[in-house]
Design a protein around this ligand. Structure first.
Ligand code: FNR
Length: 193
């Protein structure tokens, strides 16, 4: 079947520019033949990680729901804002909760990191920070990343990027990522024979 890719907009805000970027990436992947599961962090409500809560109740429902969506995908895309040049607490908290599950769902999954921000850095420093916990957990974080600066004026009415050169660059990154995931899936199939 087609490759399943979870595309997660990592901001809680309804008007999130990272959600817009996530849907654009989702459309690019769908056009390229992938089965896309588009999600938003708001779908996965969870408290701050607390070892006592975990000991008493296990994982909260929101973390288990995110675990399920991750388990069902071959690869995932995270569209995350940058807060104070780093990973938003909401994102790190979700990673921390989900990392407690066994088998650990981030391990060996391919991931593409993208960001959007009204600033000129486009949230790129946040993506570098996001690589640390993900690579620690064994996620194969794609070397190339995409950051959209001036995101408040970055989208057309129909959700494309206003800068066509940037749109092309995003599309090339997304397709190259998908080709890598496909090649790896084929390799794993061959080895299983
Ligand atoms: C920000 N923002 C921000 N932007 C950026 O490019 N670099 C940064 O370091 C920060 N720091 C930061 C800290 C905090 C606490 C907030 C609330 C915001 C701005 C941020 O990029 C902006 O709010 C985006 O619009 C957030 O992404 P969404 O919600 O539009 O997807």
């Amino acid at each position: 079947g087609p490759l399943r890719v979870l595309v997660l907009g990592a901001s809680l805000r309804a008007g999130s520019s990272n959600a817009r970027l996530a849907s654009l990436v989702g459309r690019m992947l769908t056009d390229a033949g992938a089965a896309v599961d588009l999600a938003a962090m708001r779908d996965f409500d969870m408290p701050l990680y607390d070892g006592d809560v975990e000991a008493a109740h296990g994982l909260p429902a929101g973390a288990l729901a995110l675990r399920d969506r991750l388990e069902r995908c071959d690869a995932f895309v995270l569209a995350s804002p940058e807060y104070n040049a780093s990973v938003p607490g909401v994102v790190k908290n979700a990673i921390d909760w989900v990392s407690r599950v066994r088998p650990q769902p981030f391990k060996t999954k391919h991931a593409l990191l993208v960001s959007a921000s009204p600033s000129l850095v486009g949230g790129n420093r946040g993506l570098w920070a996001l690589r640390v916990p993900l690579e620690h957990l064994g996620t194969r974080v794609y070397p190339d990343m995409f950051s959209l600066a001036a995101a408040h004026q970055g989208f057309t009415e129909d959700g494309q990027l206003t800068d066509s050169a940037l749109q092309e660059r995003l599309s090339e990154t997304v397709l190259a990522f998908l080709r890598l995931v496909e090649a790896d899936a084929r390799y794993v199939c061959l080895r299983r024979r």
